[in-house]
Design a protein around this ligand. Structure first.
Ligand SMILES: [Zn+2]
Length: 73
């Protein structure tokens, strides 16, 4: 696995992922006004909040971007 540096912006598809911790990232989305706080299992975007109520394993594209950056998927 490539070592991902902390506090460096990485472009993952349409997203910019900025890792602040081994498990916590700030994610900027092209159509979002706010930076999202994303971990490998949670995200504060509306899609995740909505979908995770009915599917506890749901991964939004921010979680997927973070997981792929970390080499988890
Ligand atoms: Zn999300």
């Amino acid at each position: 696995m490539n070592k991902v540096k902390l506090n460096e912006p990485y472009e993952v598809g349409d997203l910019v992922v900025y890792l602040t911790d081994d498990n916590l990232a700030y994610v900027s989305d092209y159509d979002c006004r706010y930076e999202l706080t994303t971990t490998t299992t949670s995200c504060d975007c509306c899609t995740f909040i909505f979908r995770s109520r009915v599917d506890s394993k749901f991964q939004c594209r921010h979680i997927k971007a973070l997981r792929s950056l970390l080499g988890l998927d």
